[in-house]
Design a protein around this ligand. Structure first.
Ligand code: MG
Ligand code: MG
Length: 277
């Protein structure tokens, strides 16, 4: 049967997505703490895989159109979709770790950007902060009854605000963005990282969205490598990518892949997340 429009989940289904999201949060936390100079991205992948399978969930990345990893490990000028392998992480590298899992048929998707060892460049510290801030600005704008454009324009506005504060212009990666999520990882709607406030889909209770800005220290132009996966900045500048999956309910939102449901990061916006635990 053809399906049109975003998938609407029951509260019970969103609760299972929350359980899936918490498993993914613990996998990403384990990987964040494990990132060390000298380790390979395959070793990092194994840590994420162990947490996911140990919790009774399965990877949604592994086997996705033939992808071989449980994580995407994107280092330095790699933006997204880097394949984990024998690459050795060095002090001063910047790695974006994107990961996902499925629990009882319900998907979670989340990403972090992390410095390998101590950061050597303030611009890269600012880059990760600007990416995270734009993600949270977008998440804070999600509400039942609102328009998708409120979310996408909030992401875009936050990037520009960070650029002004930091005295640089961040590149916003063209052609990639967030998505609906639920019984599959990638579902309608596409969620661009820029937009017009009053435009786009009306958001309603039962939807879930993955919000995932990608910023660079150069331009927003990118290329895919010959491996058919890895997306790199065309100008070789470094990139960051962060992501959370978010549930929409009539009474508010829950950041499914944040341990606290998003409470701490949403507090400055006056948003108190709904508990689905
Ligand atoms: Mg992801
Ligand atoms: Mg995603």
């Amino acid at each position: 049967m053809a399906r049109s429009g975003p998938e609407i989940k029951s509260r019970e289904q969103l609760q299972t997505m929350r359980a899936s999201g918490l498993i993914l949060a613990s996998a990403l936390d384990a990987m964040r703490r494990a990132v060390t100079p000298g380790m390979t991205t395959a070793e990092l992948d194994q840590i994420g895989s162990d947490v996911i399978t140990g919790a009774g969930a399965i990877s949604n990345f592994k086997g996705y159109h033939g992808f071989t990893g449980t994580i995407c490990a994107s280092v330095n000028e790699e933006i997204v979709h880097g394949i984990p392998g024998e690459r050795v992480l060095k002090a001063g590298d910047l790695i974006s770790i994107d990961c996902g899992c499925i629990l009882d048929g319900w998907h979670a998707d989340s990403a972090i950007s992390v410095h390998v060892g101590e950061p050597t460049d303030q611009a890269e510290v600012d880059l990760i902060a600007a990416t995270e801030n734009s993600m949270w600005a977008g998440i804070a704008a999600i509400r039942s009854g609102g328009k998708l454009g409120e979310v996408t324009s909030a992401i875009e506005g936050s990037v520009k605000k960070s650029g002004r504060a930091d005295g640089r212009r961040y590149g916003e990666v063209d052609g990639y963005g967030g998505h609906g999520i639920g019984s599959a990882m990638h579902m309608d709607p596409f969620v661009p990282n820029h937009g017009r406030q009053h435009k786009g889909l009306r958001l309603v209770s039962g939807m879930a969205l993955a919000i995932e800005p990608m910023l660079t220290l150069g331009t927003g132009l990118s290329d895919e490598l010959d491996d058919g996966w890895t997306v790199v900045t065309r100008d070789g500048s470094r990139a960051a990518h962060t992501e959370h999956s978010v549930a929409i309910l009539d009474e508010g939102i829950c950041v499914l892949t944040a341990v606290d449901g998003g409470a701490a990061a949403l507090a400055p916006y006056g948003v108190v997340p709904v508990s689905l635990d």
